[in-house]
Design a protein around this ligand. Structure first.
Ligand SMILES: [Fe+2]
Length: 316
């Protein structure tokens, strides 16, 4: 385990080193906030411990950086017992725990142990997610025409949800849903996925099973529960003519309504086995024509606004 201690008081440094000597393998001590910032940015620590008052940069500034760059690294802050205001501020900024000064050996050890356990859980979670992402990429690799599609759908979905006022967390879920929405295509035969001609009725029926397979693959992963509605219903249509369940209007989960716009736009503007990519203008026209039929009008409008703003930014 690699632990960073940011503390300018030499006697406190010694006490912490002594308390942790049996459980922490590698402890780095830094006495200045500005120097600690570089260490936090450049190294992935298993635990960061921050004093509040520091030369250079204070503990809150470092906490902000730590949560930006490695959000799965637990951060503990040192506070005085009556330091209610600082505790609230740190909680709001995402701190994982506090240790009160003067240090109590057993309290300190218990908290550090539990944070290192938390770190272990985060790492296992990331590993699980990485396995699923690898699987999603493997599915895309089956069909050269869809390479990069999931990632773009995830990005578009994230942008739309933020523009609609969803929280950062929800937007992040949408990104994950985008990455994984077509993972169920692993169950669709390759010759159907890459067929250069129109699909027969039976072939299309086989393609239509993929949202449910995507759902089945992800449903047992507890960390992916929140992305399931978007995955399962991304081929539903606003007018009720979609699949798998033919849900209509607002019966379709909002996440799926968002993702279906992102998915359709990216599919239209990418090459497919059976056709060349459409121009951006034509795809936007089709989205507009599909308002209140295939897609919710306000989501289409929001997405077109995003595309136009990006165009403007590119020109400038
Ligand atoms: Fe799909």
């Amino acid at each position: 385990m690699k632990v960073l201690l940011v503390e300018d008081d030499p006697s406190a440094q010694e006490i912490v080193r002594d308390i942790l000597k049996d459980i922490v393998i590698d402890i780095e001590i830094c006495g200045r906030g500005d120097e600690a910032e570089a260490l936090i940015r450049n190294v992935e620590w298993d635990l960061v411990m921050l004093d509040i008052m520091l030369p250079g940069k204070d503990g809150f500034q470092l906490l902000k950086v730590a949560k930006e760059v490695h959000k799965f690294t637990p951060v503990v802050m040192f506070t005085a017992i009556k330091d209610r205001e600082n505790r609230i501020k740190a909680y709001e900024m995402g701190v994982d725990d506090f240790v009160t000064k003067p240090f109590d050996r057993w309290e300190f050890l218990a908290r550090v142990r539990s944070l290192l356990n938390l770190r272990g859980s985060y790492q296992r979670l990331e590993e699980t997610r990485n396995v699923v992402i690898t699987l999603a990429h493997a599915v895309e690799a089956k069909d050269p025409y869809t390479r990069g599609h999931s990632d773009r759908v995830g990005e578009y979905s994230r942008k739309i949800s933020l523009a609609l006022g969803f929280s950062q967390e929800k937007a992040e879920d949408l990104y994950w849903a985008g990455l994984l929405h077509d993972i169920g295509k692993i169950a669709v035969p390759l010759d159907i996925l890459t067929k250069p001609d129109c699909l027969t009725y039976d072939e299309y029926e086989k393609v239509k099973i993929h949202p449910e397979y995507s759902y089945k693959i992800c449903q047992d992963l507890r960390t992916l529960q929140k992305v399931l509605p978007a995955i399962k219903y991304h081929h539903e249509r606003w007018d009720g003519k979609g699949y798998p369940e033919g849900l209509k209007g607002k019966d379709i989960p909002a996440e799926a309504r968002i993702m279906s716009v992102a998915d359709a736009y990216d599919a239209m503007t990418s090459d497919r086995a059976y056709r060349k990519a459409m121009s951006k203008e034509k795809a936007v026209l089709i989205l507009k024509e599909g308002k209140d039929k295939q897609w919710q009008a306000s989501i289409v409008d929001t997405f077109i606004d995003i595309l136009e703003t990006e165009d403007e930014e590119e020109k400038n």
